[in-house]
Unconditional design. Sequence first.
Length: 488
Amino acid sequence: ETSKDNAAPSEARKLFINGEWTPAAGDTTFDDHNPTTGDLFAQCADASQADVDAAIAAAKAAQPAWAALPPAARASFFYKAAELFTERQEQFVQVLIAETGSGFGKAMFECSLVPLALREAAGLTTREIGEILPSQVPGKVNRAVRAPAGVVGVISPWNFPLYLSLRGFVYALALGNTAILKPSEDSPVSGGLMMAELFADAGFPAGVFNVVTTGRDGAAMVGDSFVNDKRVNVLSFTGSTHVGKILNTACAQAFKPIMLELGGKNPILVLEDADLDRAVDLAFFGAFMHQGQICMSADKIIVADKIYDAFLEKFVAKTKNFVPTNPQEQTCVIGPIINDRQLQRITALIAEAQEQGAKVQSGGAAQAPFFEATILTDVTPEMRVWNEEIFGPATIVVRAESVQDAIDMANDTPYGLSASVVTSDIAMGEMIAERINAGMVHVNDSTVHDEPHCPFSGFGASGGGGKWGPKGAIQAFTKQRWISTQRV
Ligand code: ADP
């Protein structure tokens, strides 16, 4: 059985191209480490241009027959994958913990989304994809019909490697496209290769779903290929705003559509009538879940003047209880930072804020591979931590003089992904939600929130190109034609 070959731990992991496990041309590999221990987790094939070309060719060749399958036939593969995933979930959880420093709870949360997304994909195969429109011309019929875009190039990150990779391509496949996925160099196994095994075992035809892995140095080559190869029709990218901008610019030059989900600077607005314990729990969860390495992490906690001191005291007291630990321990709440590059970036960002007058109320220091759960106050809009995504276990708490002041501070960002409003006045919460410049606003719930069937997306530097989820995928991964017929 092909999937077993790839699972042999002593061997380098291979690429998954056209239904076959294939070493990289020239047998090159890169190392994937356990971020907690620094041990080698896996050796993976480091794809070359020739390998990427082969994967694109396979996806292109497989697409017409895949799209021609009856919807029920396509759907059956997604149902089968959901069933197999549930059987293998424990394995996925363990790999997420070991490969990416995920805590147990976060890994379970991530896994819970997978069958939901797979079943949404199955259901998508029979959703309506056409419209009939009236005509001003007697005897004429206007139809708007959709066909699959073709081949989708997918690049995904390491922080929710399994779910964000899946979300990047699964609805596109359901709509009759084929895909090539390049997972992050920090999560090639949980973010790609295990899914290739799953999809192969679920019986997806060869070439429908391909995975190429590369080290960090190869990522740009894959990106360039997806952008410039005419056989690739759409890009799907989830990752940093920095890389998203590079790809978005390149796609604009090539007139190629791209779906982007990037960073965030997500606020929690704690109104003066908020349930304080709830607000503290939401702030803690939002700021520190997965060490704050989530695009939706709560990065700016805006608290009404009247309860600011009480909130801060409780939030600091709670946070000081949590010492970073190895996520292999089931009780771990705060685990390691994914890699040294990120740890150094976070350390520098926090140190710079302190030099400029920010006060550390909790944490503040790095002990590789960990960074303490950190709360900063006295942050001003001139500081980088006010504007830039922290993407680590740190957050800022600021005081709002009024509701308007809170909204203004929430909107003072180039990003616009997720936000929370905590209040016992539901109508007020919903009114404020409509005035926050973010693609997702949760009243009395966390900024970190996902339901696969809902329209997930951000504004501004948080992304663009459409909504994630099954409905948005119809727009993003099909091409619509207006076909008019004059019934002479
Ligand atoms: P993060 O900081 O969360 O790792 P990145 O944007 O750096 O986010 O990485 C997200 C994905 O983008 C990864 O799969 C990575 O390999 C890929 N990537 C990095 N640089 C480039 C690039 N220049 N072009 C295309 N993809 C890239």
